[in-house]
Design a binder for this molecule. Sequence first.
Ligand code: IMP
Length: 338
Amino acid sequence: MPASVIVDALWGDSGKGKTCAYLARKHDAQLAVRAGIGTNAGASVTLESGELIKARQLPTGWLNPGTKVAVGSGVLVDPRVFADELERYGLGDRAMIDPRCAVISEQHIADEQADQHLRKQVGSTCTGNGYARADFALRRAQQARDIPELAPYLGDVAAEANRVAADPDGLVLIESSQGTMLSLALSEDYPYTTSGNCTTASALNDVGLNWRHLDEVIMIVKALPTRVGEGPLPYEISTAEAERRGIAEYGVVTGRPRRKAEAIDADTLRYAAMLNGPTRIALTFCDHLDPAIRGQRGSAAIGPEVRRVIGEVEQATGAPVTLLDTGPRLDDVIDLEG
Ligand code: IMP
């Protein structure tokens, strides 16, 4: 298994981080690389001990002690968020940033927070990512190599990812961010998108990984989809209804309530599969579909409702569902591959 991409089918917040950590441990991956936009992403994983891990910059593959972590050159770096994660989780000796990453400055964050179009119309996370990306396109952003504090962590991430993936015993996990339907140039919902694409192909591009190394695309499908910010959400229910059902969610980065749907739109999912080419599906938040599955780890716990949704997802994507996420903890998983 030389390289696997973990990509979200819909609007993100679906457990990519947990899936990356789970697969890093299962396969003892050598390297996990963050792709995607930047620190507007927020992954959260609850450890067996109950400790909550939150990550915005580094991939959560570090939860496997033998896995090195890196940030691809297409991903925006906020040096303050990077330093915070390094220190909080003690990752100084196994984290790498590509010197070509564009840097989010404090000015980018201030500008984005003052931008009423982004704040009100788009519902941006206002973390400076869009402004930094715009400056990068205009060739006036700083890169990671211009920031002295980042010097100890710089390395050619594209070369490292291709080197590990070329080793038959190596495994590179690429953790994408956001979701396919938030893609700037592939979503129907512009301007209600993020500032770049969030598909398999864009993840390879963010890292600089040669496509010949790719052998798995694990597409994450959230059993009851959510969306943060503006834009259409098929089958949306009210926050009050989500709270009544005990399935209300709040954003990792912004703390905002996530808008919640009570079903997956099959046409949207089919389109996401067409764009991403999944070889496997991880169906996440299954406990929101059927509370009885919460925390279960054996396939005997899969009830009729989850089984029905697995069938619909396999039909729409043409790929097998091989992982079921059954709760917030890292080991709350039914692994159908064994
Ligand atoms: P921005 O990329 O922070 O400007 O946000 C643009 C849109 O993408 C807004 O609707 C955000 O809520 C959404 N968005 C950005 N990052 C994430 C994420 O990690 N998860 C879910 N939605 C996101």
